[in-house]
Design a protein around this ligand. Structure first.
Ligand code: FES
Ligand code: MG
Length: 577
C-alpha cells in the first residue's frame, strides 16, 4: 500500500488552504452556509453522489440513508457534501434509461472533478445507475465506494410471492389468455412492489450491484441487504467511515478495478444467473478502467461457471430477500473459489479472500452447490454468424431447453409499433416454430437500445398455451425477463447490420451449444438486398440525442460514447486554479 496522505496532500486543501483571493472566496462561501474552518481543515471532503428523486421509487430511501452515510463520514473525521445526480428511474424514464446511462456517467465524472472533494460515495442501484456512477467515478479517478440501494421486499398477492418484472410478464399473459380477472390484475399491481429498493428478482439491478461487490467496490456483503433492513443503514454508515480511510490510504479505483477484478465480476454474474445487460455494462466499466474486457471473456466464463443462485428468473422460486438470508454474495463466492482471483484488492484495502473468511451458505436450495447447480453452464452464451458478425447474446438458463437448437422461418417487424399492431391479430401467420424478429431497436435504432427484446408471444399462440418461442432483436431485455430471446445483435439493423437484410420467411438456424446464429440466405442474395437497402432517418437533429447518435458505440463494445473511453486521448487535467 502507498504511504498515507497528510492533510497538506488533500485535494480539497487546494481549494481551502492557500492564502489567496480565490481560496478566500471558497472559504467565505462555506462560512455562508454556517460552516467554520473546524469543519474542513485537515479533513477529507467526501462527495456523496445521491441518485434520489421523487420519481425514483427504487431509491426512495436514499433521501434518508444519505444521513447514515454522512454519520459514518463524520465519525471517521471527514466532511460530507451531498451532490444530487440524475436518478434514472427504470420504471419512469422514457424512452429508455439506456439513452441516459452515459449522461449520468458524464455527470458523475464532472461532479467529482469540479468540486473540492477527496473521495466519493456513490449511491445507486436501479439498473443503469450502477454502471453509470462507476464508469464516471472511475474516469474521475478519486477514491470511491459504492452504496447499493438493496433489493425491495418480496412481492405478495393472495399469499403468493410476486417477483419484479417476471410476474408482471407472467400475469399479463395469463390475463391475455383470460385466466385471471381484471380485479386480480389490479391486485397484482398493488402487491408486486411493496417497499422501496430495487427489483428483487435477478434483474439488472441485482446483477449489477452483485458485480459491484464482486469487483471489490462495495463493502463485503453489501449488495444483497434488503433496502428496508436495519443492516442496510449500518452498511451505509460503514461505507461513510471507510471512504475517509480510503482517502488517507490513497486507494484509487485503478488499484481495485484490475482485469482480475472484472473477471471476478463476470464469474459472479454467471453464477448469479445474471441479466444479459451485464455484458454491455461490464465491458463499458472495464474500458473506463483501461481493461479490455470483451464478449469473449463472458463466453469463456459461461462455459465453466455454473449458475448457483436459485433466484428468479433463472431459478424458479426464490428472490433476493431469500438470497440474503441464505448468506448473500460472500456465501455464494465461497462456492466459486476455484474460479475467483482471491488476491484481488477490494475497498477494504485487503484481498477478496479476507472478505470471504467466515462466510457460509445457510440454505443449499437457494445457493446451490457446484454439484447441484441450477444450470451447469453459465447464464449467458455469446453467438455469432452471418446474422450477427460482431456477436449477440442469449440467456440459456432462462429459456425452454428445446429451443437451444432450433430452425424456423423468420417473421420480421421493422420497428416496435409495427410489431405491437400485429402481434395480437388472430390472422397472424405464425406457429410455435416461427422466429419472431424485431429490428431497428438497437443503440441508434431504438433509440437508446430499449428493453424490447422479450417480444410478446402472439395472442393466438398464448391461447394455445405457448409461453416461449425464439425471438431475435438488436434490443436489450430486462434482466427480469425470460425466454428464448436472442439480444444485442451487432452491428444493429439501423446502421446496416445484416439484420437489416433479413426477410420474413428466411430460415433461421440457432445452435446455442455451437454458439451460432445464421440465416439461410446466400452471399449473392445478401449482396443484392444490401444494394437495395436505404438507411433509416436519424432520430435526432439537436440536443443530447444528437450527441448520443454521433458518439454511441455498438452493444459488443459496451455502448459507451467513443470520447469517454479511456483510450480516447489523454486524461482530463485537474482544475488548474
Ligand atoms: Fe429500479 Fe428495477 S425498476 S431496479
Ligand atoms: Mg430492469
Amino acid at each position: 500500500m502507498t504511504r498515507r496522505k497528510t492533510p497538506a496532500d488533500l485535494r480539497s486543501a487546494r481549494w481551502f488552504a492557500p492564502d489567496d483571493l480565490r481560496s478566500f472566496g471558497h472559504r467565505s462561501r462555506w462560512m455562508q452556509m454556517g460552516y467554520a474552518p473546524e469543519d474542513w481543515v485537515g479533513k477529507p471532503m467526501i462527495a456523496i453522489l445521491n441518485t434520489w428523486s421523487d420519481a425514483q421509487p427504487c431509491h426512495a430511501h436514499f433521501k434518508d440513508r444519505v444521513e447514515d452515510v454522512k454519520r459514518g463520514i463524520f465519525q471517521a473525521g471527514g466532511f460530507p457534501i451531498e451532490l444530487p445526480a440524475l436518478s434514472l428511474s427504470e420504471s419512469n424514464v422514457k424512452p429508455t434509461t439506456m439513452l441516459y446511462r452515459n449522461l449520468l456517467a458524464m455527470e458523475a465524472e464532472e461532479l467529482i472533478r469540479s468540486h473540492s472533494v477527496d473521495g466519493a460515495v456513490l449511491m445507486g442501484g436501479c439498473d443503469k445507475t450502477t454502471p453509470a456512477l462507476l464508469m464516471g467515478a472511475t474516469s474521475a479517478g478519486l477514491p470511491m465506494i459504492y452504496v447499493p440501494a438493496g433489493p425491495m421486499l418480496r412481492g405478495n398477492w393472495k399469499g403468493h410471492t410476486l417477483g419484479s418484472g417476471s410476474d408482471a410478464w407472467k400475469y399479463w399473459d395469463e390475463r391475455r389468455a383470460g385466466n385471471i380477472s381484471d380485479r386480480d390484475w389490479t391486485d397484482v399491481e398493488g402487491g408486486i412492489a411493496r417497499s422501496y429498493g430495487v427489483c428483487m428478482t435477478m434483474g439488472t439491478a441485482s446483477t449489477m450491484t452483485a458485480i459491484a461487490e464482486a469487483i471489490g467496490i462495495t463493502l463485503p456483503g453489501a449488495s444483497a441487504i434488503p433496502a428496508p433492513d436495519a443492516n442496510h443503514k449500518r452498511m451505509c454508515a460503514a461505507a461513510g467511515r471507510r471512504i475517509v480511510d480510503m482517502v488517507w490510504e490513497d486507494l484509487k479505483p485503478t488499484d481495485i478495478l484490475t482485469r482480475a477484478a472484472f473477471e471476478n465480476g463476470i464469474t459472479v454474474a454467471m453464477a448469479m444467473g445474471c441479466s444479459t445487460n451485464a455484458i454491455i455494462h461490464v465491458i463499458a466499466m472495464a474500458r473506463r478502467a483501461g481493461v479490455d474486457i470483451s464478449l469473449a471473456d463472458f463466453d469463456k466464463a459461461s462455459r465453466k461457471v455454473p449458475v448457483l443462485a436459485n433466484v428468479r428468473p433463472s431459478g424458479d422460486t426464490y428472490l433476493m430477500e431469500d438470497f440474503y438470508y441464505a448468506g448473500g454474495l460472500p456465501a455464494l463466492m465461497t462456492r466459486l473459489t476455484d474460479h475467483l482471483h482471491l488476491g484481488a484488492v477490494t475497498v477494504t484495502g485487503r484481498p477478496l479472500a479476507e472478505s470471504l473468511a467466515g462466510a457460509e451458505v445457510h440454505n443449499d436450495d437457494v445457493i446451490r452447490t457446484v454439484e447441484n447447480p441450477i444450470y451447469a453452464e453459465g447464464a449467458l452464451a455469446v453467438l455469432k454468424g452471418n446474422l450477427s458478425p460482431d456477436g449477440c447474446v442469449i440467456k440459456p438458463s432462462a429459456c425452454e431447453p428445446r429451443f437451444l437448437k432450433h430452425s424456423g422461418p423468420a417473421l420480421v417487424f421493422d420497428d416496435y409499433p409495427a410489431m405491437k399492431a400485429a402481434i395480437d391479430r388472430d390472422d397472424l401467420d405464425v406457429t410455435a416454430d416461427t422466429v419472431l424478429v424485431l429490428r431497428n431497436a438497437g443503440p441508434h435504432g431504438g433509440p437508446g437500445m430499449p428493453e424490447w427484446g422479450m417480444l410478446p408471444i402472439p395472442k393466438k399462440l398464448v391461447k394455445q398455451g405457448i409461453r416461449d418461442m425464439v425471438r431475435i432483436s438488436d434490443a436489450r431485455m430486462s434482466g427480469t425477463s425470460y425466454g428464448a430471446c436472442i439480444l444485442h445483435v451487432s452491428p444493429e439493423a439501423h446502421i446496416g447490420g445484416p439484420l437489416a437484410l433479413l426477410q420474413t420467411g428466411d430460415i433461421i438456424d440457432l445452435d446455442v451449444d455451437g454458439r451460432t446464429l445464421n440465416m439461410r440466405v446466400s452471399e449473392e442474395e445478401l449482396a443484392s438486398r444490401r444494394a437495395a437497402w436505404q438507411p433509416p432517418k436519424a432520430h435526432y437533429e439537436r440536443g443530447y440525442g444528437w450527441i448520443f447518435t454521433k458518439h454511441i458505440k455498438q452493444a459488443h463494445e459496451g455502448c459507451d460514447f467513443d470520447f469517454l473511453e479511456e483510450s480516447f486521448g489523454g486524461p482530463v487535467a485537474e482544475p488548474a486554479i
